[in-house]
Write a protein that binds this ligand. Structure first.
Ligand code: ADP
Length: 492
């Protein structure tokens, strides 16, 4: 099959979170199975060019219709760790991808509507006719809309779209303006509750809703989150749209790429280890303590948090877990970045306040390299998310023998099985600690259970860590499910 992934991220060249990991990992798995896979991405000025091999011009003057005129683009092509990627670079005063950041601009809907239009125009003009366009998140929600309302009539009638939602919270809203920019025009037609009209704001179109309505199939990134989004509040207002489209909506758990995340081969860690050399994990803990100027104490459990510092990730509980760990004589390492000023200021204040404490280190920013060292060096990782479509940090940490303490939502519930209370898995198949409420006591009690096991039953704690390492969350199974879906929609 010929599959084109269209997304706003691909790790490690463009990565803000799990979306990047998934786009890369899934593409690699599909290629390993013998499929032909290409990726279309924006050419951001701030992406990691050191991860692209052989970057060259692939299409010199792509003229993308925009507001009745055109924007001239160059499409560049290069390999990101073996994956063939096309990067779209528009030449206009808007400087859509030339801003030193991936997201967070007021005109984000316009930036990614343009990217979506340009991706389709590139496929059309370069005579690429993939079997499947696999689109990801709100940034590409307008692709199936434009494909089935416009491009289908210009020679792209056989293409089919799978649309994967990694986060329902960000949906992409815009006014009628975008319809005119992209050439969809017909306001009255698209401002229809059955098409793009937002379910709550009558003056807005909703990109993600468009993606759901027009795609041949829609997935989200774990079975439990598919249920939560449809029946609970996790759909952020799209529950009804999912209900209407439930015949083509399902959840597939994310995998991780074990070529990138494997303590036995990880180039970012000082002391590689595997299940059979598990004792070497302690050397990585020591190295991490040294690197972050923490007190060298191997009897102290090291608790970590890695993730975006944002309401979704339960920042208040992260903050509480930090202090609770210190109170219980543990150490704490946090690696996170906040886009919201209020949260950023808060954690910078904490960092200054705790600067001289030898048992805690807060690293505020994004560092792929440090993330690997923390997964390898920590004993426990906390993931107290308010909602979590899949969550990769707990899956990665299990591969590194780092025990997850998580809130029982979304994909966390599909991947972490409580050591004390799980009723569906025998003790030897359990992997961590789960709590459900959103208050401080909830995270405290789960963390206490984990710390008690560490302090009082070190052998059992090691056994639990090793049980997590034995799970296979590679792309093998999830890849099977995606291929089955591609085949299903291809023959429609
Ligand atoms: P989300 O996609 O909601 O951000 P996930 O758990 O699905 O969360 O994926 C997070 C990914 O991003 C993981 O690979 C994690 O290691 C990485 N990550 C998150 N924050 C940082 C950071 N500050 N520095 C390095 N890596 C990070």
């Amino acid at each position: 099959m010929y599959i084109v992934q269209i997304a706003s991220e691909c790790a490690p060249v463009i990565k803000a979170g799990g979306l990047g990991d998934v786009v890369y990992g899934l593409s690699r798995d599909l290629e390993d199975r013998g499929h032909c896979v290409e990726l279309i991405l924006p050419k951001y000025s701030n992406m990691r060019y050191d991860h692209i091999w052989g970057l060259h011009d692939a299409y010199l003057d792509l003229q993308v219709p925009w507001y009745g005129g055109v924007i001239h683009c160059t499409v560049h092509c290069g390999w990101v760790h073996g994956r063939l990627c096309f990067f779209i670079e528009p030449h206009s005063d808007d400087m859509f991808f030339d801003r030193g950041l991936y997201y967070g601009c007021e005109d984000d809907p316009k930036r990614f509507a343009f990217f979506s239009k340009a991706a389709l125009e590139f496929l059309l003009r370069s005579n690429k006719r993939p079997d499947i366009l696999h689109c990801h998140d709100w940034q590409t929600g307008l692709i199936p809309v434009m494909l089935f309302e416009m491009y289908k009539y210009h020679g792209m009638e056989h293409q089919r779209v799978l649309y994967t939602i990694h986060n329902f919270k960000h949906q992409g809203h815009a006014g009628a303006d975008i319809l005119h920019a992209t050439g969809l025009n017909r306001e009255a037609y698209y401002f229809d509750p059955a098409r793009l009209k937002d379910n709550f704001n009558p003056f807005a179109i909703n990109f993600m809703k468009g993606g759901i309505v027009y795609s041949n199939h829609v997935t989200t990134v774990s079975p439990h989150h598919a249920w939560e989004a449809h029946h609970g509040t996790c759909g952020f207002g799209l529950g009804h749209t999912l209900h209407v489209n439930q015949h083509k909506f399902s959840g597939i758990l994310n995998g991780i790429d074990y070529a990138m995340w494997n303590p036995a081969t990880d180039a970012h860690i000082d002391h590689p280890y595997s299940l059979s050399t598990f004792e070497d994990k302690a050397l990585n803990k020591k190295a991490l303590q040294e690197r972050l100027l923490l007190r060298a104490a191997d009897d102290k459990p090291l608790v970590a948090f890695i993730g975006r510092l944002d309401e979704q990730k339960g920042v208040h509980l992260v903050h509480h877990a930090m202090y609770h760990a210190l109170k219980r004589s543990a150490q704490f390492v946090l690696l996170g970045s906040a886009t919201e000023k209020k949260i950023n200021d808060w954690f910078w204040h904490e960092k200054t306040h705790l600067n001289d404490n030898p048992d805690i280190h807060l690293e505020l920013g994004f560092s792929e390299e440090l993330a690997h060292a923390i997964y390898a060096g920590a004993d426990l990782i906390v993931v107290p998310s308010n909602f979590e479509p899949c969550g990769l940090t707990q899956i990665i940490s299990m591969k590194y023998g780092t025990v997850p303490v998580v809130r029982g939502v979304g994909g966390l519930l599909n991947t972490v099985f409580d050591w004390d209370y799980d009723t569906t898995h025998p003790l030897e198949a359990r992997t961590g600690f789960v709590f459900y409420e959103t208050d401080n006591y909830a995270v405290e009690s789960a963390l206490d259970r984990a710390l008690d096991l560490y302090y009082n039953e070190p052998k059992l704690f090691q056994q639990l860590a090793q049980q997590g390492m034995q799970y296979d969350y590679s792309w093998r199974q999830s890849g099977d499910q995606y291929v089955a879906l591609y085949n299903q929609i291809r023959h429609k």
